[in-house]
Design a protein around this ligand. Structure first.
Ligand code: UD1
Length: 416
């Protein structure tokens, strides 16, 4: 298994280009199954989850051709509705094939998903809302079996603004008969990006970006070309890298418009963030201070940035609190940060971080995607050598992270 070896203590400086968003790319790729003609998706990050999704599309019978950061997908006739466990278990987002398979074929067999080990992560809201459109589900040997006649528009009120649940509904309802209304829908920018992609294919979705989304069903979707949005979490992670290393980074292709809350929190800690025409400049300060954070659905503070802020707070002055309200069991990185000398106390869904620690390098183990990022960040600040193990998690979500960091001066290498 690959490891990252980091010699900390070097301030980063220079330019980093932000890649396309993983969390926008995955539902958009799966959405291409709704279109019988050719769909060309560009701006794709080179990530394992993207590769897995394209492999999944190929297994469904789509013809996929990759070229650089684009893929051409044709989901013609003869599609198969089965997603095997071996692929699905590595990536929770594969549950998003339920919507398109039901809409297009009226049948789906999808293994219950795996993905990051951050809590139980059920899919009950996905299934309940798809049932409202007329689908029914059974469980068979760990697979969800779904079937339906043509889906029919419905009024759905989510108990919680679930990102994946909202996306599955968009993917199903675009071809349903009549209008679907989603209340308490997720407002995340990646949900809006999926809606924009579907509209570019001829869907009639309005209200994306708000908690009330309307989808007027259409008979079929048509060919389109689409570029996925840049990755706001990757951008936020490099902002944290500038902060924790005492550095000065310029981020190209940075989606500032999707990072208001995160940038406000960085500024509250003392970072200088300047959004310019083509780059966003992030400068650290010797006077970084801990703050309090509560994770919330968008536009609140994203759970996917919580671990990175925790690493940054370990070296800032004072003490701060992080409350994680979205996922249970998402503080595994805290124990590993403590191996580097961090002082963190966990009580239920809240972590108390005492700052001003001098971190000292050690071997640590990544437990999930964003936890891995927080350990790399801590390694950039730590004295001596930090070895981050199990970085397959990192490879699922960060494109060439060690190359991008090395380009701006980090002493980091991958050991195969
Ligand atoms: C997506 C993102 C993930 C991010 C999360 C929250 C992708 C591929 N992943 O995950 O990076 O951290 O949004 O911003 O886009 N829940 C249920 N039942 C359901 C669905 C969700 O109880 O049917 C719970 C989950 O366990 C979790 C909460 O609702 O506690 C939020 O989940 P959700 O918004 O659906 O996140 P994901 O789509 O899984």
């Amino acid at each position: 298994m690959d490891e990252l070896i980091i010699q900390g203590g070097k301030p980063l400086s220079g330019k980093v280009r932000i890649s396309g968003s993983k969390n926008a790319a995955l539902p958009i790729l799966l959405g291409s199954m709704l279109v019988p003609g050719e769909v060309v998706i560009s701006g794709l990050p080179e990530l394992q989850d993207v590769g897995t999704t394209i492999e999944l599309l190929t297994l469904f019978g789509c013809s996929c051709r990759r070229e650089g950061d684009s893929v051409s997908i044709v989901a013609g006739s003869g599609l198969k509705p089965e997603a095997p466990y071996d692929l699905v278990r590595t990536m929770r987002a594969s549950v998003l094939c339920l919507g398109p398979l039901l809409a297009r074929l009226g049948r789906a067999r999808v293994a219950l998903p795996g993905g990051c080990a951050i809590g139980s992560r059920p899919i009950d809201m996905h299934l309940r809302s798809l049932e409202k459109l007329g689908a029914s589900f059974d469980l068979d040997s760990g697979d969800i079996l779904g079937h339906c006649e043509r889906l029919r528009g419905a009024h759905v009120v989510f108990d919680f603004p679930t990102v994946g649940g909202t996306e599955n509904m968009l993917l199903a309802a675009v071809l349903a008969e009549g209008e679907t209304i989603l209340e308490n829908a997720a407002r995340e920018p990646e949900v809006s990006d999926l809606a924009e992609f579907l509209n570019a294919c001829g869907a009639r979705i309005s209200g994306q970006g708000t908690s009330l989304i309307r989808i007027k069903g259409v008979e079929s979707l048509r060919n389109c070309r689409y570029t996925v949005m840049p990755d706001r979490i990757e951008a936020g992670t490099y902002m944290a890298a500038a902060g924790i290393s005492g550095g000065d980074l310029q981020l190209e292709n940075c989606p500032d418009w999707a990072l208001d809350t995160v940038i406000a929190k960085f500024r509250e800690m003392g970072l200088e963030v300047e959004a310019g025409e083509s780059v966003t400049r992030v400068r650290s300060s010797p006077d970084l201070a801990c703050i309090d954070i509560v994770t919330q659905p968008y536009p609140g503070f994203p759970t996917d940035m919580q671990a990175q802020f925790m690493a940054l707070m370990c070296v800032a002055s004072g003490s701060g609190m992080i409350q994680e309200t979205i996922f249970e069991n998402r503080f595994l990185h805290a124990l590993e940060l403590m191996r580097l000398g961090a002082q963190i106390k966990i009580s239920g869904d809240t972590a108390l971080i005492r700052g001003e620690r001098r971190l000292i390098g050690a071997p640590v183990q990544a437990s999930d995607l964003r936890a891995s990022a927080s350990l790399v960040l801590a390694g950039l600040a730590a004295r001596g050598t930090t070895t981050v193990r199990r970085i397959y998690h990192l490879d699922r979500g960060y494109e060439r992270m060690e190359d991008k960091l090395a380009q701006v001066g980090a002493r980091i290498r991958r050991k195969k």
